[in-house]
Design a protein around this ligand. Structure first.
Ligand code: UDX
Length: 454
């Protein structure tokens, strides 16, 4: 199938949720659609907004969110989503009305074709409906996670207490290979809020389609099951960071590119890259265990200690740590993660298993050590370790001996080489998905046709 472009110049309005793990795939999608001839407007909250200078071809429109300061943490996520949905509806309606009036007055030919919104920004769908505009959901997490989310209320009705913290190793009926302990729980806030979130996450409302940041080669079974359930077209364009021609945008912290120079000095596959994404936090004890785990592994490490990683106060590393590790370690506040994972020196990724990090690691053929925290992360970790065989799971309680052992298993031992072979095979399948004729490439062509037909 040849590469399809928008027939006329048409505008797509995208509404991202203001967290890094959600913004990245939406900006990637914006880049992808722009490369296929669409004009792009990003409507964003004033809180945690992307830098317009990163994508000068896009139009950026801020909307009021009534948020002055917000502590971004797991326990606050559901509340953040509900606050934004309550506060942004009116300002989004105003902004859309103005945009469309202006287009009519100026007789612009790039009329709004549709609204594409992050699944957590459902106010955008309500407003789109009121204005008779089509809307499309973008799912920034994976299909297996949505399947599990949608099953939670039924499991609860059947008497399983899986919405509270569960430690059970038992397999969840109908959700192979997930165990009860892998499921997302209400530990991220109150049970009522969590149930509300589940209802929002699982409902496609009146949207015309769903865009996924995943691939058929990783999630064929979950996507097929979901497609039976949802009566709208699916477009699976993942991994979007590989489909996009330009980079996304950092929300808070700039990339520290010095770490690439440091990586240049390291042997192939010798470095463990450690990053727990943009939200997860460590208490002082966990931070100390991680530091000693890295020190005791005797392997080179690149560790992202972003401001706020240490919960409560700034991160304090053990006194002897720096002296003991010296040049063997490189610590940065924020890494250019995709470049780091693509670097030949990196042999493993100790990660919280957010979906973006998972896709980015697989796309570069890097096996993982999994230390998941919340929402979809435990499910992703289970898929990495059990289904795809490319990850080692750490225990819930972080211990220096386990960390050092896992690092050596990945970087030094035969087991790590076997995992690397498996993840490289997946990387090749992903390459096939995104090139001409592959499933993500074809899906993008279908999406371009679909939006052009709206
Ligand atoms: C959140 C949730 O934690 C996750 O479970 C959900 O799937 C998406 O939203 P987050 O913690 O931000 O995600 O993790 P992740 O999904 O991995 O996204 C983090 C992004 O930040 C990645 O694209 C990664 O490349 C980027 N990043 C992270 C950097 O560029 N540099 C860093 O130093 C750390």
């Amino acid at each position: 199938m040849e590469k399809l472009h928008a027939k006329k110049c048409r505008r797509v309005v995208l509404v991202p949720f203001p967290l890094q793990g959600h913004l990245n795939p939406m900006l990637d999608l914006a880049n992808i659609l722009h490369s296929r001839g669409f004009s792009i407007t990003i409507v964003h909250t004033k809180f945690n907004f992307p830098n317009p200078a990163d994508h000068p071809d896009f139009q950026y429109v801020p909307i009021s969110d009534g948020i002055s300061n917000w502590d971004i943490s797991a326990s606050n996520l559901v509340r953040l989503a509900s606050t934004i949905n309550t506060n942004c509806k009116d300002s989004f309606r105003k902004c859309l009305t103005q945009m469309m009036q202006q287009q009519q007055e100026e007789k612009q030919n790039d009329q709004v074709a549709c609204i594409i919104y992050d699944f957590l920004m459902h106010f955008a769908e309500t407003v789109a409906n009121q204005m008779s505009l089509p809307s499309i959901i973008q799912r920034t997490s994976n299909a297996a996670a949505l399947l599990a989310f949608c099953k939670l209320p039924r499991l609860r009705a059947e008497g399983y207490d899986c919405l509270q913290d569960s430690t059970s190793d038992e397999l969840v009926p109908g959700l192979h290979p997930l165990r009860f302990k892998d499921l997302p729980t209400a530990s991220m806030g109150s049970l009522d809020n969590f149930l509300q979130l589940i209802a929002v996450v699982c409902n496609t409302r009146t949207s015309s389609a769903i865009i996924w940041n995943t691939t058929d080669c990783l999630e064929h079974s979950s996507l097929t099951q979901l497609q039976e359930h949802y009566n709208v077209p699916f477009f699976t364009l993942g991994p979007m960071h590989k489909m996009a021609l330009a980079k996304s945008s950092n929300l808070v912290i700039k990339d520290d590119n010095n770490c690439i120079e440091w990586l240049e000095k390291q042997a192939p596959h010798s470095v463990i890259y450690v990053s727990l994404g943009s939200i997860a936090t460590l208490d002082q004890k966990e931070l100390t265990e991680m530091a000693w785990g890295l020190a005791n592994s005797d392997q080179p490490f690149l560790w992202v200690i972003r401001p706020g990683l240490g919960s409560g106060s700034e991160a304090h590393l053990p006194e002897a740590f720096q002296e003991l590790t010296g040049d063997r370690g490189c610590i940065v506040k924020w890494a250019p993660q995709k470049d780091v994972l693509a670097h030949p020196a990196v042999g493993g990724f100790l990660s919280h298993c957010g979906w973006n990090s998972t896709l980015e690691s697989i796309s570069e053929g890097v096996p993982m050590i999994c230390k998941p925290y919340f929402v979809d992360q435990k499910m992703n970790a289970r898929y990495l370790s059990h289904e795809w065989g490319i990850g080692i799971e750490l225990d819930e309680v972080m211990q220096r001996t386990d960390i050092a052992k896992a690092i050596r298993r990945i970087l030094v031992e035969e087991e790590g080489s076997r995992m690397r072979q498996k993840v490289i095979a997946l990387k090749e399948q992903i390459k096939h998905c995104i090139k001409e004729g592959g499933s993500s490439y074809n899906s993008l062509n279908k999406l371009v046709q679909f939006i052009s037909s709206l």
